[in-house]
Design a protein around this ligand. Structure first.
Ligand code: GTP
Length: 839
């Protein structure tokens, strides 16, 4: 019989309980030990009975021999008396016949007394002639030979011996009478004398016989009494033994019963107390016992089920559900019937059970057969309810693969499914319309979060998720793969159709509106659509390209679909190239391959020069040094660093290295001294709440005069992280640091942002400055920004002042500073040792 789990404790590997482990020889030994006194007594009793019978038989032989002897002797005496009176030869003959009996007995006895058991053959013959019963002769001989020295038999033989002499004399007298009668007829006096002698001998013999009989009677009685007492003694001993033994047995049985009761009590209490449902059935599955947990699990009592076939009374599933289809957990009923028929289930199988209310329970089933040499007789089933555990496992599995907010699958699960699809595509030759992946990123979602709060943002994410589900076809896979990012796997979908779906989604996203207080919130969506085709082979490649495609959509102005067919389009390669920069940036940080350059910011009027204090005003710029010695412009790697979250690390490296170099130059007494050193801070760094602490710590560490420091921030970055930016600017300005608003004029250029951020310098975006001589509009913008800055008490700096003409024009316009090739090219700004930065 197969076993679903190891046998329960107390059941050996053969399924037999401990008691059954007593082997045959052991049991026989214990039986012998308990009955040997009875056997010994019975043997003694038997030997005694046989001996008693033998002795009594011998005594009877003596008694019947004596009567033959007495008759023979009396016949002989009577015949001799007749012969003495009549001289009748027949009487003489009768005398001899009669006397022959006691004489034979006497000779036999004499031989036995003399030679013992060796004389048995001759003695037997003589005793036969003495008319003894043939069956009793052996007993007679046995008693005479072996008991002659006992008092009773010794006396008996002595009394027998007393008759020897009168018998001999009787024989001699008979001889004398015969001789006289041969010579002459007897005289009356002679006859009288003979009769008197015969009478005297008769008297002697009778007395000897009487004495013999008395001893025989006494001996028989004594023997009887002795045998009685021996037998009674043995009977009493046997009875006592039996009683003692029975008493001991009863005590043992009582103790065993008590122990059994205790075990049974303990077992039933334990079974009642444990949470596992325990059911005992016979080999055919009829219920014999079940504990309380089993009653609760099945929703039926033992009384209802006892002797019934268990499986017929278990509840079947209420409906045919998905779980009843092949491949789902088997029903407990099925498992029980099949296990009894010899089927084996894997150890960890989870079975289904429907309780009395038809609620699904999931159980683990353990089966232990109980049997003897004839095979399995009973079976114990232990049902461990794992419903709760399974539901936790399912819940955890769900959580591990799903996004809590939208209920969609998460990035991990999406990647797994994508992997499965890619593997299937590689193995299958079946024609397919193709597959595509969509990467969707909400546009300016942060604005919703920042202006309406995270709860509104969550509501928007849920609304977008619902919209996406409506737009998809059956079988498409939708996942939330990041904060405001979704991904869709379109299987068996021609690329044209995928593009149509993407456009439809983009369109639908515009119509997703959530009412938040009085505001109606909406979000655009940028979609990167990628055809799953060669050379894209791995999950990583596909996701990277899909991400790039959505980045491409953003770059094209957001709220667009960027479709990429790897077999046809090339542009995405640019974005893929960015990824390579990520690795290089990390390596450069780790190995110290970054270096600093400084570009002079020249004062265009004396007021500005006064503010600079006659010292150098510079902007520190980062470069990457390649292993071949080439110096790489930040334009090439900063976009990648920004997109892939590396800017905080890059910024920190720049700050650390700049302060270290500045401190070094200040200590070395360099002339002219640096009066203002501008360091760029990116948008992501501005959003980092720990940046302020880092800057304060570095300024203190390098003992740099905070008044020589100027931090450059862009308008967009400042607006995106406004609260943090205001806190940072205020705290550092309190130390004496200054701030520049970088690239002003390139983005939204909100005048109100300038009011919120009390910066010291306004840097006019180089793109406007560079062609201001040819573009009157740009010149007007430069002019306007200059006036605005001055109106707000700021100094203005024009970037990209690449020619002396531009510099002169800027000076004539009243711009305070100029920065560009016409003022000064970037020069290495270095400490003797560039530092590596832990990534
Ligand atoms: N409400 C809410 N916001 C989230 C959640 N997860 C991430 N975010 C926010 O989503 C925003 C994602 O912003 P980004 O994708 O970087 O930028 P964006 O504002 O969408 O701008 P672009 O993507 O460049 O158009 C961040 O502000 C996150 O704080 C979330 O579960 N709920």
């Amino acid at each position: 019989m197969p076993r679903l789990t190891p046998p329960a404790p107390g059941i050996d590997s053969a399924g037999a309980p401990p008691a059954a482990r007593f082997s045959g020889p052991l049991r026989k030994r214990s039986l012998l030990l308990s009955i040997w006194p009875f056997v010994a007594l019975a043997i003694v009793q038997t030997v005694l009975a046989i001996s008693s019978l033998h002795i009594l038989g011998a005594m009877r032989a003596f008694s019947s021999g004596e009567s033959q002897w007495s008759k023979g002797q009396k016949d002989a005496t009577y015949a001799l008396a007749r012969y003495a009176v009549s001289g009748d030869a027949a009487a003489y003959e009768q005398f001899h016949q009669g006397l022959h009996i006691p004489m034979s007995d006497m000779q036999a006895r004499l031989m036995l007394e003399d030679r013992g058991y060796a004389a048995r053959p001759q003695a037997s013959l003589l005793l036969l002639q003495g008319h003894n019963e043939p069956e009793e002769i052996n007993a007679l001989i046995w008693l005479t030979v072996y008991f002659k020295h006992t008092e009773s038999i010794g006396q008996l033989l002595a009394r027998w011996r007393d008759s020897d002499e009168p018998l001999q004399e009787l024989q001699n007298l008979a001889g004398d009478i015969y001789a006289c009668l041969q010579l002459a007829p007897p005289t009356p006096a002679q006859k009288q004398s003979w009769l008197a002698q015969i009478n005297s001998l008769q008297i002697q013999l009778s007395e000897a016989e009487r004495a013999f009989n008395k001893v025989l009677g006494d001996t028989s009685r004594a023997l009887n009494a002795w045998l009685w007492s021996i037998n009674i003694g043995i009977a009493v001993a046997m009875l006592s033994l039996l009683m003692g033994h029975t008493w001991r047995l009863q005590r043992k049985t009582a103790r065993a019963e008590d122990a059994l009761d205790l075990v049974s009590e303990r077992a039933s209490t334990t079974l009642a107390a444990i949470g596992e449902a325990v059911i005992t059935t016979d080999a055919a599955g009829h219920v014999m016992y079940m504990n309380r947990a089993a009653e609760e699990l099945l929703g039926m009592s033992l009384e209802q089920l006892v002797t019934c076939e268990l499986v017929q009374h278990m509840h079947a599933p209420p409906l045919v559900t998905d779980r009843d289809k092949p491949g789902v957990a088997p029903l407990v009923q099925t498992a029980i019937s099949e296990t009894l028929r010899g089927h084996e289930y894997p150890r960890d199988t989870i079975f289904r059970l429907y309780d009395a209310q038809f609620h699904l329970r999931e159980v683990r089933l353990a089966f232990t057969p109980i049997g003897d040499h004839t095979g399995t007789t009973e079976a114990v089933w232990v049902l461990h309810d794992v419903s709760q555990e399974q539901s936790y496992i399912r819940e955890l599995a769900w959580q591990a693969t799903h996004d809590q907010l939208t209920g969609l699958i998460n990035r991990y699960e999406f990647e797994r499914l994508l992997g499965v699809l890619l593997a299937r595509n590689q193995q299958s030759d079946l024609p397919s319309a193709g597959n595509a992946i969509m990467y969707l990123d909400l546009d300016q979602f942060k604005v919703i979060n920042d202006t309406a709060g995270h709860i509104a943002g969550d509501a928007m994410l849920r609304a977008i998720s619902a919209m996406l589900q409506r737009c998809l076809r059956t079988g498409d896979v939708l996942a939330r793969v990041g904060g405001d990012e979704f991904a869709i796997l379109l299987t068996d979908c021609a690329f044209g159709e995928a593009q149509r779906i993407a456009e439809q989604i983009r369109d639908a996203a515009q119509n997703v509106r959530i009412q938040w207080g009085e505001r109606s919130l909406s979000a655009g969506i940028s979609i990167g659509l990628v055809k799953l085709a060669a050379p894209l082979a791995t999950v990583e490649e596909v996701l990277r390209v899909a991400d790039m495609a959505s980045y491409g959509a953003k770059q094209r102005g957001r709220n667009t679909v960027y479709a990429y067919d790897p077999g046809v389009d090339q542009e995405i390669a640019r974005y893929v190239g960015e990824m390579e920069w990520v690795e290089r940036i990390k390596a450069a940080l780790e190995r110290g391959h970054f270096c600093l350059y400084a570009q002079t910011i020249g004062a265009l009027n004396t007021t500005a020069d006064d503010i600079a204090g006659g010292g150098l005003h510079i902007e520190v710029q980062i470069r990457m040094r390649l292993p071949d010695g080439n110096i790489i412009s930040p334009v090439l790697f900063i976009p990648a660093a920004e997109r892939y979250g590396l800017m905080p690390m890059v910024d920190r490296w720049v700050v650390k290295q700049s302060l270290r170099t500045l401190a070094h130059l200040q200590k070395s007494g360099q002339v002219p001294a640096i009066s203002c050193c501008a360091i760029n801070l990116s948008g992501t760094s501005l959003g980092d709440e720990r940046l302020l602490g880092f800057l304060q710590e570095q300024i203190a560490l390098h003992a740099v005069d905070p008044g020589t420091l100027c931090f450059e921030i862009t308008e967009t970055a400042a607006i995106t992280h406004l609260p943090n930016a205001i806190r940072l600017v205020k705290a550092l300005k309190a130390l004496g640091c200054r701030f520049s608003m970088d690239d002003f004029g390139a983005g939204v250029s909100s005048f109100s942002s300038l009011k919120n951020l009390p910066v010291d310098f306004l840097k006019i975006d180089g793109a406007i400055v560079a062609d201001m001589l040819n573009e009157p509009a740009h010149r007007a913008m430069v002019d306007a920004i200059n006036h605005l800055g001055h109106a707000l008490g700021m100094r203005t700096i024009a970037e990209f002042a690449s020619t002396p003409e531009i510099v002169e024009t800027l000076r004539s316009m009243g711009i305070d500073y100029a920065q560009g090739y016409a003022v000064g090219r970037p020069q290495p700004f270095s400490h003797p040792a560039a530092e590596a930065f832990p990534v």
